[in-house]
Design a protein around this ligand. Structure first.
Ligand code: GLA
Length: 407
């Protein structure tokens, strides 16, 4: 059983950078934010888990790399090709980990990915085993980090899982120390962060521990550039919005090199409607979330492509200002979220969680446009002209209107 993360409190207008630096001081000597130059905007790419899960093979990864190129996704920014859990085989007598029979040659796979102008991601756990019960890195952190660097790995997702067993032991062994398990976990994440850094290769470090003990407060100090904030997503509207809208209040902890990760995308996996997938993409880009597609890229519909490849939506996520959006208002099923953008612009999401269409409004003066503003509808690819006062749109059930507002 995983522990659900604490719900974040209400947002106060605190500069993210100050908090990130304070977290670094509190939790370790590393100055703010992951590895320099890595993840100045939210990482984008593809990960094998949501579609292929434990069946993934070398051939699937190569096909995904090919598809990222042929669909135009690479050129839109999706550059990481991440092999998730179940690639691991056994350790040899020297402790060196070998991939299993589905991955005959990891170095060759990395070379193939790089030859396409893409980056190579891999997965492990601080525990003895991974979530899918494959070999973890416990006791082999330095050795594994060096192996990843030798294979040309550019991204590591490090997933808590069996390390929770060590945390249980720490809790039982130190009944008076409420922080024993948390401190052990942070030390384990720091250990791999340091080992990755010591390889000298820039490897983006992605924490996956489901938001336990508020990783947004200590992730930067262990060398991470992103950290999961919740338990796993699945391909359902209910789970997707439960995760997405629960991110309210977390914006102050994100910034260039340090991103909250509400988990990977399910767009294209088939169990949500087109409207719902547009809501998924809109929420994630407003959250400045890492955009890791999780579908079978060889079988995308035109609708899936229209969503994943909407360059204006991607531009909101990747905006150079690097500010995460947050909730402006909520009234029952209706939510208004905003994200400040470069050039004095603001992205606005009008979300309707009801089954049928509803009118949703945003007061332009309230978001800084007292004299009105030019509005652009991101999904309709349409300029709506100059508007003053209150803008109202009719938003379909489970749908969204995503706007860019500027002078
Ligand atoms: C956990 C993670 C998922 C995925 C699986 C793999 O559940 O949260 O994203 O990596 O493990 O086993």
């Amino acid at each position: 059983m995983r522990v659900r993360p604490d719900r974040p409190g209400p947002m106060k207008p605190n500069p993210a950078r100050v908090l990130l630096a304070a977290a670094a001081l509190l939790y370790g000597a590393t100055p703010c934010c992951g590895q320099t130059g890595v993840a100045s905007t939210p990482p984008m790419g593809w990960n094998s888990w949501n579609h292929f899960a434990e069946h993934v093979t070398d051939a699937d990864i190569r096909s995904a790399a090919d598809a990222l190129v042929s669909t135009g996704m690479r050129d839109a920014g999706y550059v990481y090709v991440n092999v998730d859990d179940t690639w691991q085989g056994k350790r040899d007598a020297h402790g060196v980990l070998h991939p299993n029979e589905r991955f005959p040659d990891m170095k060759a796979l990395g070379d193939y990915i790089h030859s396409k102008g893409l980056k190579f991601g891999l997965y492990s756990s601080p525990g003895s085993r991974t979530c899918a019960n494959f070999e973890g890195s416990l006791g082999h952190e330095t050795q594994d980090a060096q192996l990843y660097a030798a294979w040309g790995v550019d991204f590591l997702k490090y997933d808590l899982c069996y390390f929770q067993e060590e945390m249980r032991k720490a809790r039982a062994g130190h009944p008076g120390d409420r922080d024993a398990a948390k401190n052990l976990m942070i030390a384990a994440y720091r250990k791999m962060g340091d080992a990755l850094k010591a390889t000298g290769r820039p490897i983006l470090y992605s924490l996956c521990q489901y938001g336990v003990d508020q990783p947004w407060k200590w992730g930067p100090a262990v060398g991470a550039s992103m950290w999961r904030t919740t338990d796993d997503i699945d391909d359902s509207y209910g789970r997707m919005i439960a995760i997405g809208f629960s991110q309210a209040g977390l914006s102050k902890f994100a910034g260039p090199g340090a991103w909250n990760d509400p988990d990977m995308l399910e767009i294209g996996n088939g169990k949500m409607s087109e409207e719902e997938y547009r809501t998924h993409m809109s929420l994630w880009v407003l959250l400045a979330a890492p955009l890791l597609a999780g579908n079978d890229l060889g079988k995308m519909t035109e609708a899936d492509k229209g969503i994943l490849l909407n360059t204006e939506a991607i531009g909101i996520d990747q905006d150079s200002r690097g500010v995460q959006g947050d909730r402006l208002h909520q009234s029952g099923d209706l939510e208004v979220w905003t994200k400040p953008l470069s050039g004095g612009r603001v992205a606005v999401g009008l979300f309707n969680r009801a089954w049928s269409s509803r009118e949703i409004s945003v007061d332009l003066a309230e978001i800084g446009f007292q004299d009105g503003a030019g509005l652009r509808d991101v999904w309709k690819h349409k300029d709506l002209g100059h508007t003053t006062g209150v803008f109202t749109d009719t938003v379909p059930g489970h749908g969204v209107t995503l706007l860019i507002v500027g002078r």
